[in-house]
Design a protein around this ligand. Structure first.
Ligand code: FPP
Length: 239
């Protein structure tokens, strides 16, 4: 990813667990997949707004390795939705300087989706305004195990981080600053466990299809009020 200009602080890495699509749809008497479709529109608006809100890495949890347990119709609909999203949004991502990177296992994805992933990643490879990472068939524990199994005798934690990135087809990136989960549940669900070691966590009660740019702006405002100490002391007490 391109570096920020001299003197420009790096942007934030925000992770999002986009929960609540199913409940949103069922509450309206619609099929769960209708919630996922509305959820995809919310993704689009968040991606467009992210760079102006000071975000330069955005990681979205679209499909966990455990989501294969869902009914095959819902899984198939989600795979089609991811493909359609990539096909529809790639040109816009290029225009807006958004580099697309899919993280997670690839060997279980449908070939048609794999082709869309390859095309989106290739077309946006030179974009540097926002790194959009979409986690599909992703498990943080598997990523950590995968890195360990790469036989590492890593001298540094940076080397181990790089192996985790390799295990999830990921570009090397920074740790998460802020993790937002919608849908009212308060858990991490095997998402970015390594990268979230010092992330600020925010749990929103609203369902993902009701999430919007204003709510993201509010979350970022709240994030900036927090005192991040990384195990150290508050500034005033540090002397
Ligand atoms: C979890 O909500 C959501 C998912 C498993 C799918 C997330 C997908 C999207 C937001 C849409 C498309 C995304 C992209 C990147 C194009 P849930 O279905 O478990 O909700 P529930 O808890 O209400 O059942």
């Amino acid at each position: 990813m391109k570096q920020s200009g001299i003197g420009t602080p790096p942007g934030l890495h925000v992770g999002m667990i986009m929960d609540g699509n199913g409940r949103w749809a069922v509450a309206r008497g619609r099929a769960r997949v209708a919630g996922h479709r509305v959820g995809a529109k919310v993704v689009r608006s968040i991606v467009e707004a992210a760079p102006d809100l000071g975000i330069d890495v955005l990681t979205l949890y679209a499909f966990s390795a455990d989501n294969w347990k869902r009914p095959s119709r819902e899984v198939a609909a989600l795979m089609r939705l991811f493909r359609a999203y990539l096909a529809a949004e790639t040109a816009r991502c290029v225009q807006n300087g958004v580099r697309v990177s899919i993280i997670g296992r690839r060997d279980r994805l449908p070939p048609v989706l794999l082709r869309a992933i390859d095309a989106a990643e290739a077309a946006t490879a030179d974009c540097g305004r926002l790194l959009l990472r979409i986690a599909i068939d992703y498990s943080a524990r598997e990523a950590i195990i995968g890195a360990a199994m790469l036989g590492c005798r890593c001298g540094t934690r940076e080397e181990f981080s790089a192996l985790i990135a390799q295990a999830t087809h990921s570009l090397p990136t920074r740790e998460v600053d802020l993790l937002i989960r919608t849908g009212g549940e308060q858990r991490l669900s095997d998402f970015l466990l390594w990268e979230c070691a010092y992330a600020e966590l925010m749990f929103e009660t609203c369902l993902w299809p009701d999430f919007d740019v204003d709510r993201l702006g509010q979350a970022l405002w709240e994030f900036r009020q927090r005192d991040r100490r990384f195990g150290g002391l508050p500034q005033a007490a540090a002397g």
